[in-house]
Design a protein around this ligand. Structure first.
Ligand SMILES: NC(=O)C1=CN([C@@H]2O[C@H](COP(=O)(O)OP(=O)(O)OC[C@H]3O[C@@H](n4cnc5c(N)ncnc54)[C@H](O)[C@@H]3O)[C@@H](O)[C@H]2O)C=CC1
Ligand SMILES: O=C(CO)COP(=O)(O)O
Length: 331
């Protein structure tokens, strides 16, 4: 099985190393010469992983033609680049390929989930199926082989098992799943909750507040997910509560860190001016705002995050407004 990992950023590098560790036939494709050279020449990807040596057998390339012979192509690029990369590789693929998606979020203008974008852009002749490899997994920990569990979610169970077998090893355990809607919505919306969690920490709130945020945030994820056909049970799993916990509590999380800065400064201004990192929750907050309004889904935490990011509302006021909403039963 020849696998091409597209995207020499943090997650692409960590997952390509998993395959190299598993002695699979893998190559990493990148568009940044500095990243590709760093991997090939120094066995590092210093931009993302300071002082971490990666498996010296892992090779990277800037030649996109490597996808021609691929059986599996894993897309490890931000959601905003998924459509263009799919259009690009569809011209090169020569057989039915398993496309593995690891991005968490939505298409920036159509609001489609990632697997919907991939199915739209890769022609049927070139697509075996889409498998989403998603769950609680910071690249910074997978690259140093710390124990991690995630899901291979697909409408095609056979392909989900292929991906499960390909990636599983002593430090990465893959479960399979078939609730594509619930899983993809869970991992997308948890990024908005992670921004909220960071904001609350930045404002100085502590453990009680974070527990409340995670618990009530999960309820919003379930409400939104079930409105579009996701199964409640999925939100109790790795792509629901699992990913929500890791992202809302970790300093590795770029979404949490963005929120922390915004909360600490009690304004979004500097973050919007200076951020260069992949913070998927920012665009997701806008999409969740638009879609929940259009469909009458009550998403109070996501709405306050949207107000902070896009309407310039003060974080302190948002926290206060959430607390002073009309009182109600928990369930
Ligand atoms: N970093 C992590 O721990 C995890 C990230 N993810 C998700 O994975 C996705 C990718 O994120 P990261 O790897 O973290 O981002 P990153 O910011 O670390 O790296 C992104 C990489 O994509 C490359 N890229 C951008 N456009 C491209 C294109 N058109 N063709 C080829 N390469 C292109 C960039 O050059 C860069 O190397 C995001 O949706 C993120 O939410 C999911 C789980 C864990
Ligand atoms: O999705 C992730 C962990 O599961 C990565 O989170 P961040 O994008 O916030 O770093």
């Amino acid at each position: 099985m020849k696998t091409v990992v597209i995207g020499s950023g943090s997650w692409g590098t960590a997952l390509a190393q998993v395959l190299e560790d598993n002695q699979r036939d893998v190559i990493l494709y990148g568009i940044e010469k500095s990243e590709v050279d760093d991997i090939n020449l120094h066995h590092k990807n210093s931009k993302y992983f300071e002082d971490v040596s990666i498996n010296p057998s892992l090779k990277a390339t800037m030649d996109i033609n490597v996808v021609k012979e691929a059986d599996v192509v894993l897309l490890a690029v931000p959601t905003i680049a998924i459509e263009s990369i799919c259009q690009q590789i569809d011209l090169l693929l020569t057989k039915k390929t398993i496309i593995v998606n690891v991005s968490k979020g939505f298409h920036p203008t159509t609001n489609e989930r990632m697997s919907q974008v991939i199915r739209r852009c890769i022609s049927a002749d070139h697509l075996s199926s889409v498998v989403s490899l998603i769950g609680p997994s910071h690249a910074e920990e997978v690259i140093i082989r710390l124990l991690t569990t995630i899901d291979a979610v697909s409408l095609n169970e056979e392909d989900a098992i292929v991906v499960q077998q390909l990636f599983s090893n002593h430090y990465l355990r893959i479960y399979t799943g078939s609730d594509e809607v619930g899983s993809e919505l869970g991992v997308a919306i948890k990024n908005v909750m992670a921004i909220a969690s960071g904001i609350l920490s930045g404002l100085g709130y502590q453990d009680n507040t974070r527990a409340a945020l995670i618990t009530r945030g999960l309820q919003e994820m379930i409400r939104y997910g079930m409105a579009f056909g996701g199964q409640q049970q999925t939100f109790m799993g790795l792509t629901g509560i699992g990913d929500l916990i890791v992202t809302c509590t970790s300093v590795h999380s770029r979404n949490f860190s963005a929120g922390y800065q915004i909360g600490k400064e009690n304004t979004v201004e500097n973050f919007l001016k200076n951020n260069k990192k992949t913070v998927e929750g920012v665009r997701t907050a806008k999409i969740v705002h638009n879609v929940s309004k259009a469909n009458g889904i009550d998403m109070p935490i996501c709405e306050e995050v949207y107000q902070i990011l896009y309407e310039g509302k003060e974080p302190k006021t948002c926290a206060n407004d959430l607390m002073l909403r009309e009182l109600k039963r928990e369930f």
